[in-house]
Each structure stands twice: as C-alpha cells, then as structure tokens.
Design a protein around this ligand. Structure first.
Ligand code: ADP
Length: 482
C-alpha cells in the first residue's frame, strides 16, 4: 500500500508521530486507497517556518514568473487527469465523470490565476495635493494556512492555493483526512512543476491538531477555511484573537423555488442534479424545494419518476449516477436526519434507507430520499444534512416562497424556476443568498465569478475570480510627493 508523507520545504518527509490514517474507499470499504500520517503539531510549525523563509524570494518574483509555475502545474495536472480523477472517485466516492470534471476545473483555475500575474493590481486616486501622486498597490499577506474539506478534494485546494501563490504568498496546506491521498496527488503536481522549496507545504493530520495549529501558529498570517459551520467558528475566533486574516466558507441550506409559470421539466432536472449529484455532498446542494401549490402535484409526480430511475453504486462504474456517502460517520448523519424527519412529522415519499443489496453493503450507500409536508420549524428544513435528501414544501405564491426560503440561518446559494421577469427580479433582490440563480441549479459555480455566502454561510468574504484578491492581498495606499 502506498504511504503519502508530508511535503515540507520541497521534500516528502515522514512524520515522527508513528501513527497512520488509512483512507478507505467508501464504495468498497475493504479497499484501502492509501495511507497518510497523523502529524505532530510541531511538524506543522516546521512547515510554517519554511513557508516564512520562502516568502521573501517568492514575493520578489514578478507576477509573470509566478504565473509560469502555475501554468506548469496546470499542464502536469492535465496530463495526470485520468489518474487523479480515478483516485478521487475511489477515495471519496463521487462518480468518475464528476471527478474528471472537477480535475479539469482545477486545471482551469490554475490557468486563470496564472494569467492574473499580468493583470492590474491597483488604482490611481486623485490627491487634493496638486504635486502628489496617490495610488493603491497590493501586498501579499504572507504565509497562508489552507484548511480544506473532502467534498471537492482537487478544486477547493487549488482555488485557495493558486490565488495565494500568484499574489505572492506562500502556503501551508492541511487537507481533510478523508481526501488526503487525492490532496497528495495535487501536491505532487506542484512539486513536479519545480516550485521553489517552501513555497507550498502540506501537513496531514487531525483537524483538532494540525488544523488548530494552523489557527494558532503566529507565523501564519492568514487562514482560508472551507468546512462546517461549527469548525469555521473555531477557526474564525482563533484567527481574530491573534490578529490573523481569515476567510471562512461554511454550510448551506439551499432552496429551489418553483413557480407556477416555470418550465417544470427543467426545474425537475435541476432539482435532481443540484440536490442529489455528488450524493448531496456539496455546500451548494439543493436541500429545500419550495413549490407553488397549483403545480405541486405535477412537479412531484415528475420528480418522483426521475428519482426512481437513479442508479446508485460505485462511482467507477459507468452506469452509476450517484455514489456513496464519504464515510460511515456521514452515512449515519444522513440516516439520523431521515429518522429526525420522520419523527418531526414529515412524510417520506421516497427512499429513506441504507442500500444493502447487490454488494452495496460493502459501501456507505443510501437511497435518494424525498420528504414532503416539511415545515420550516423542522430540523430537516433548517440544518445542513450533506446527503441526498430533499425536503418538499408547498406554498401559495412567491411571497410565501421567499419568506420560507429566507427563514434559515444559512445563505449560500438559491435558485428560482420561473418564466416571469418580474418574479426573477423580485427573487434577485429579496433572496438572502450570495449566489442567486435563475432557471439553473443551485450547485453551479464558475471559477471566474465571486463565490461565497451571506448569513452563517461565510465570513462575508468571497473566493474565486477577481474577488480572491481581496483576501490574498492587503491594500497599501501610496502617497508620493514630487
Ligand atoms: P466536515 O464536516 O466537512 O468534515 P469540518 O469542519 O469538520 O467539516 O472539516 C473541515 C476541515 O477543517 C478539515 O480539514 C478538518 O480536518 C479541519 N478541522 C477540523 N477541526 C478543526 C479545528 N479545530 N481547527 C482547524 N481545522 C479543523
């Protein structure tokens, strides 16, 4: 079995902990995909020191020169796309086409930020002094700590590491253990691209140890985090306490509103794709479906018909549309929420069970699940489940739909299906979400556009596109007197 070490100062180095973590295939739990180490907190500190040392030379390179490293990493990742996508599917369960799509997205993000090395980085601002020139300039924040989840094990690390690097920062990266082998493959690409030693470092281990040390290490100037709401709070508070910059992307409870004038077939397809692809394990996944009562029977009938056709299985199999939950813990969370939904009085109209036949007992498979008669006070209408569970809610009109859609603590993504321009405009204005999508599923993201949420979904910062610059740089206001 392959063991993946930490990557510190340009070398693969084993931890002294003597403890290993086995990354298993959630579709076939007897298969170990690879092994990483539980590192010690001081090993994170070592990585941070090297990242700090590497800062000065890296920062002094031109953006164009830094960009060349990203172009090279992109080419290497592209040449290894099939291999890395297959590992991703084996390690965290998403289907192979989705894993390939995500890896290709990683390549595109690297190229986007490579180009960023040649784009403008400031403004000239008129001074009230006639003999002065006043302008803004961007400075890197320094060493950036990157803490990532397992659900997009290529795209999320890259959409954090690539902008960090192009704006002149160095990186200490801690991936989620459940996706650590895939993460090691991404780091192999950076290594093959010949980045100077210490510019990118990766340390594996437990969130409470290595993640927490990223939060606590004073050599780390900024922390970018994607994960749960609970952990995000710990990261944000820790960073605030020691004056580090931070950026948090957390959960969602994303609604789809279907109005009576909607293209129902389109809405059904987008609800299924947005809610159930990747087994519902996206922070932008649809989890609440709010439907106007006059079309409720038609919509529900069409939805059920299509959901019944979903094939669940190993993501490597070409016929599989939906893979397993990532882990036993995640599977149990989903099954617990299904029980909670039943006990709260919601009506289960499809699924609800772990799948055990035809060899599926070898993995963490659950049926696509649909509840109706869900009310906003229910936990299944309020809390992020991160599984293939849809909650249907019937409403009289758009006004009620929007009240319900906004009646949650989260505000990441939201969709509406309508052909009425006035309803579109009302939704754009009144929906409290960072991503508002019209006639498109809730789970779509484009790398060149800002990504992030409102309310408890984020620290109100944005990732990706040009918006990434706000986190990965600090503005310097320059005043030059002639
Ligand atoms: P999920 O439920 O998706 O696993 P988590 O928030 O638990 O979400 O994990 C997201 C990332 O945060 C992972 O890399 C995890 O190891 C890390 N993490 C967990 N606990 C902490 C912590 N106390 N401090 C910093 N990072 C943590």
């Amino acid at each position: 079995m392959i063991q993946y070490a930490n990557y510190i100062n340009g070398e693969w180095q084993s931890s002294n902990s003597g403890k290993t973590y086995q990354s298993i295939n959630p579709a076939s739990i007897n298969e170990v995909v690879g092994e990483v180490e539980y590192s010690l907190a001081e090993e994170l500190d070592t990585a941070a020191s090297y990242a700090k040392q590497a800062r000065t030379d890296w920062e002094k390179l031109t953006g164009a020169a830094r960009g060349q490293y990203l172009y090279k990493t992109a080419d290497i990742l592209e040449s290894r796309l099939e291999e890395i996508a297959e590992i991703m599917t084996k390690e965290m369960g998403k289907t192979l086409p989705e894993a390939k799509g995500e890896t290709a997205r990683g390549v595109a993000i690297l190229r986007y930020y490579a180009g960023e090395g040649l784009r403008e980085e400031g403004d000239v601002i008129p001074s009230t002094d006639a003999d002065a020139l006043m302008l803004t300039k961007r400075a890197p924040i320094g060493v950036v700590g990157v803490i990532t989840p397992w659900n997009f094990p290529v795209a999320i690390p890259i959409w954090k590491i690539a902008p960090a690097l192009i704006y002149g920062n160095t990186v200490v990266f801690k991936p989620a253990l459940e996706a650590s082998v895939t993460a090691a493959k991404v780091i192999e690409c950076f290594n093959e691209a010949g980045l100077p030693n210490g510019v990118v470092n990766m340390v594996n281990g437990e969130g409470e140890v290595i993640g927490q040390q990223i939060v606590d290490n004073p050599q780390i100037n900024g922390i970018t985090f994607t994960g749960s709401d609970k952990t995000g709070k710990i990261v944000g508070q820790g960073a605030l306490n020691r004056g580090a910059k931070y950026q948090l992307e957390m959960g969602g409870k994303n609604p789809v509103i279907v109005t009576k004038d909607a293209d129902i077939d389109l809405a059904v397809d987008a609800t299924i794709s947005g809610g159930l692809r990747s087994t519902g394990q996206k922070c932008t996944a649809t989890s609440r479906v709010i439907i106007e009562e006059s079309i409720y029977p038609t919509f529900t009938e069409k939805l059920l018909k299509k959901v019944k056709e979903i094939t669940v299985g190993n993501g490597l199999h070409p016929d599989t549309w939906m893979g397993p939950s990532v882990s036993e813990k995640q599977l149990n969370t989903v099954l617990d929420y299904i029980e909670i939904g039943k006990n709260e009085g919601a009506t289960l109209i499809h699924g609800g069970n772990r799948l055990m036949d035809n060899g599926l007992d070898q993995g963490f498979f659950v049926e696509p699940t649909i509840f109706e008669n869900v009310t906003t006070d229910m936990r299944i209408a309020q809390e992020e489940i991160f599984g293939p569970v849809l909650a249907l809610m019937k409403v009289k009109d758009l006004e009620e739909a929007l009240t319900i859609a906004n009646d949650v603590d989260f505000g990441l993504s939201a969709s509406i299906f309508t052909t009425n321009i006035q309803k579109m405009l009302t939704f754009i204005d009144d929906m409290e979400a960072g991503m508002v999508r019209i006639n498109a599923e809730s789970a779509g993201v484009e790398l060149q556009a800002p990504f992030g949420g409102m309310k408890k979904s984020s620290s109100h910062s944005r990732e990706q596109g040009q918006a990434a610059k706000e986190f990965y740089t600090n503005i310097k206001t320059v005043f030059i007197k002639g």
